[in-house]
Design a protein around this ligand. Structure first.
Ligand SMILES: Cc1cc2nc3c(=O)[nH]c(=O)nc-3n(C[C@H](O)[C@H](O)[C@H](O)COP(=O)(O)OP(=O)(O)OC[C@H]3O[C@@H](n4cnc5c(N)ncnc54)[C@H](O)[C@@H]3O)c2cc1C
Length: 433
């Protein structure tokens, strides 16, 4: 510690971003306190549960060693849904195919485990400590206030999640506009592991991811997911918040999850299971164009608080970005510590490493994704027509005739999509290129 009443670093929030940052700092011998408003680490964090490992490899290998992952994902599907029928595109990977590059996780045990690792490295994790405001001096953040108590530090890291009222207080984040968020609702359904493997056609210990698009969100931009855990399934939907606001329906949004669970192509997968957890949480979906500056003198933003979530339509990534941004912030603080915790060094270094590593690069590559994924026709017209066309393909009429392949292709091009649809496909293909 630099002087008797000042810590080196205060991290606000013990989610994945706050913990990876705290681990890296404590490992370097710096004095870190992680303040968490929840009763204990892991009680306030919610995720769908598919963690992409490849991007975090280089940064978090040691931190994630022995982490309680649920199942490596070897079976991936995208499922287009109509009222009660669906069309699937499924990839089943063999052991020698280089997969899996993702694993399923449950937030509570994962965060608890990681918090223990961070404590063992010497960081102080203080639960039931809700930071109410920041302390400023000469335009620099120098501490935090919890009730009437003041804690000072050389650097404050805001890892306080999607709504980060503290980042809003600094002016870095704008007001909470509905167009910048998605809403996720999720359940964990307990099921025997052998039943899961049987129903999802999985080898022992391996896992599946099923993404659903179409009728399940009643045409609203968003989708659904099912991930297999060791002894449970994670099932949920994510819907764009602005679309919910404009939704003309007498239904409540949670009813979409109930309807999803009772679909004829989903209910048999869940049958006999018991709901053991239910939660709802916002997701930052503003994308690259709405990223805030990642800090100001004395303060850095990481994870959801910095808007680091990437939705490409086929992948939703926030956990890997949270873990890596925490590590990059810690690296920048270590660099600044060599120069008496210079705010300038700290912020410049953080901006540089964010650009140099994949976070900003990838968010920039997908900068058009949020506008494209907001188009309602991706969720109503195309899935509906694809299901109808596929039904037709497998049908034989009373004269014993089925639709010819040539006719199917013509219908696919002109009826299912049309010219505008083909342009949409082209834009989807070009996303990220
Ligand atoms: C339904 C849903 C599905 C998702 N699916 C996926 C997925 O499959 N794959 C993926 O990679 N990502 C997914 N995400 C996104 C991912 O979960 C998040 O991006 C990631 O977990 C964010 O981590 P974080 O540490 O930044 O924030 P959080 O986990 O939100 O942690 C913030 C912490 O700060 C604490 N806090 C807040 N305010 C204060 C305060 N004032 N004082 C003290 N403590 C405070 C909170 O209690 C919390 O513990 C999903 C998200 C949702 C909601």
């Amino acid at each position: 510690m630099s002087n008797s009443d000042e810590l080196d670093i205060i991290v606000v929030g013990a989610g994945l971003s706050g913990l990876s940052c705290g681990y890296e700092l404590a490992k370097a011998g710096l004095q870190v306190a992680i303040l968490e408003r929840g009763d204990m680490a892991g009680t306030k964090n919610l995720s769908g549960g598919k963690l992409y490992l490849e991007p975090v490899h280089e940064f978090c290998d040691d931190f994630l060693k022995d982490a309680p992952f649920e199942r490596p994902v070897v079976s991936e599907s995208i499922i287009l849904t109509d009222e009660s029928s669906s069309v699937s595109c499924r990839l089943d990977c063999r052991e020698d195919s280089g997969f899996p590059n993702s694993v399923t996780v449950l937030m509570n045990p994962l965060v608890k485990h990681l918090a223990k690792k961070v404590s063992e490295k010497g960081a102080l994790i203080l639960p039931q400590q809700k930071v109410d405001e920041l302390i400023w001096k000469n335009g620099k953040v120098i501490g935090v206030k919890i009730g009437s108590e003041v804690l000072n530090a050389r650097v404050i890291v805001l890892a306080d999640g999607v709504l980060s009222f503290l980042a809003q207080e600094t002016g870095l984040r704008p007001e909470h506009l509905t167009r910048l968020y998605g809403l996720g609702i999720k359940e964990i359904i307990q099921l025997d592991s052998a039943i899961i493997e049987d129903r999802f056609n999985l080898p022992s210990g391996l896992g599946a991811s099923r993404m659903f698009v179409g009728k399940i969100t009643q045409g609203l931009p968003g989708g659904g997911f099912i991930y297999t855990n060791s002894n449970s399934l994670s099932i949920g939907i994510v819907v764009h918040l602005e679309a919910i606001q404009d939704w003309k329906s007498d239904k409540e949004i949670w009813e979409l999850l109930e309807a999803f669970k009772s679909r004829p192509d989903v209910a048999p997968l869940l049958s006999g299971g018991k709901t053991v957890e239910y939660g709802a949480h916002l997701i930052p979906e503003g994308g690259f164009k709405n990223l805030p500056k990642p800090g100001i003198p004395g303060l850095l933003l990481v994870g959801d608080a910095a808007g680091f979530v990437l939705n490409t339509g086929s992948t939703l990534r926030g956990m890997d970005l949270a873990l890596v941004s925490g590590v990059l912030a810690a690296k920048s603080i270590k660099e600044a510590a060599k120069k008496n915790f210079s705010s300038e060094v700290c912020l410049n270094h953080y901006q540089q490493v964010l650009k140099k590593n994949f976070i900003i690069n990838q968010m920039k590559r997908y900068k058009k994704a949020s506008d494209l994924l907001a188009l309602q026709r991706l969720y109503n017209r195309y899935p509906h027509r694809m299901v109808r066309l596929t039904q037709e393909m497998f049908m034989v009429n009373s004269e014993g005739k089925s639709t010819s392949f040539g006719k199917m292709v013509r219908k696919f091009i002109f009826k299912v999509f049309g010219w505008r649809g083909l342009r949409d496909i082209w834009r989807l293909i070009r996303l990220g290129s």
